[in-house]
Design a protein around this ligand. Structure first.
Ligand SMILES: O=C(O)CCC(=O)C(=O)O
Ligand SMILES: [Fe+2]
Length: 278
């Protein structure tokens, strides 16, 4: 198999590239890059950070507490920020270290496309291999996403106790096609034992088509709860819920906001980013 076969075709339809001069010149990646921390590279223009405009305007956040340390912030990410996040993932996702379809240890393919920021994770080697099997390295975690996760946690902490703060340094990005895409029940437990023991939250951002998300204290399908995750929603699970079993049962076609599709040319499906502290 050549590398082209395993490469994810762009999230955004190719004709959009005609309008992305910076990307074609190969400079847009440098504008987004942060080297291992929070120092930004020199830029002639001020980068517009991804910050949640809802919280800036102090419009009350609509939220649902799903358990101890588990909260769903509804429609939290503005459409403009959703567009920026899609473009960010598109920029990095089509290059080396970008989207691919990983396999389980038994060879079965996961029903999603994945890429990682900050540190490589795959179902076989977890976080243990610096390079992917195709030799690529994960791109650095963009500072816009670090800042987004931190602001989100602060907003969530205003509504619930027992949610620790965290400094994200890794992110797994999944893309699910409608109908076919799914993710079986699992725990996110490959991060460092320190991160897990302290219950440092996972911040999960959903963009595009809506999904039925399952969560529960055991892997038993009969005992899990279900919640709808829509475009712009942020789900946080930390504290006592850090090791909750969770998965994506189904992605509903044609449920993404029309304006998001018009502004990004996002292909049908659902983009999910889970920010974590290793
Ligand atoms: O897509 C989602 O909502 C969940 C993703 C997830 O659980 C993971 O990447 O570990
Ligand atoms: Fe997960």
């Amino acid at each position: 198999m050549t590398m082209n076969h395993s490469r994810f075709s762009p999230l955004i339809k190719p004709m959009r590239d005609a309008f992305h001069g910076a990307k074609i010149l190969g400079i847009s990646k440098r504008c987004y890059t942060i080297a291992g921390g929070e120092t930004q590279p020199f830029s002639l223009i001020y980068p517009r950070p991804i910050i949640n405009s809802t919280s800036m305007k102090k419009i009350p956040i609509s939220y649902e507490i799903l358990g101890s340390g588990m909260i769903l912030l509804k429609r939290y990410i503005s459409l403009r920020d959703q567009v920026d996040i899609v473009n960010l993932c598109q920029t990095w996702g089509v290059g080396p270290g970008g989207f691919y379809q990983p396999s389980h240890q038994n060879g079965a393919k996961l029903r999603l496309q994945m890429m990682c920021f900050g540190r490589n994770w795959d179902p076989e080697t977890k976080y243990n291999k610096r390079l992917r099997s195709d030799g690529s390295e994960p791109p650095p975690l963009p500072y816009e996403l670090i800042s987004l996760a931190k602001t989100t946690i602060q907003d969530a902490q205003a509504h619930m106790d027992k949610l620790p703060s965290m400094h994200p340094n890794i992110c797994i990005v999944n893309f699910y096609s409608p109908v076919y895409g799914r993710l079986g029940l699992h725990q996110d437990r490959s991060e460092s034992s320190d991160s897990i023991q302290r219950g440092l939250p996972v911040v999960s951002v959903s963009i595009g088509d809506s999904a039925e998300f399952l969560y529960g204290k055991s892997r038993d399908q009969m005992k899990v709860d279900s919640v709808l995750l829509e475009s712009g929603d942020v789900l946080i699970f930390g504290g006592k819920s850090r090791l909750i079993y969770h998965g994506v049962k189904q992605v509903f076609p044609d449920t993404a906001p029309l304006q998001l599709l018009q502004e990004t040319m996002l292909r049908p499906g659902r983009l999910n980013l889970t920010l974590r502290q290793f």
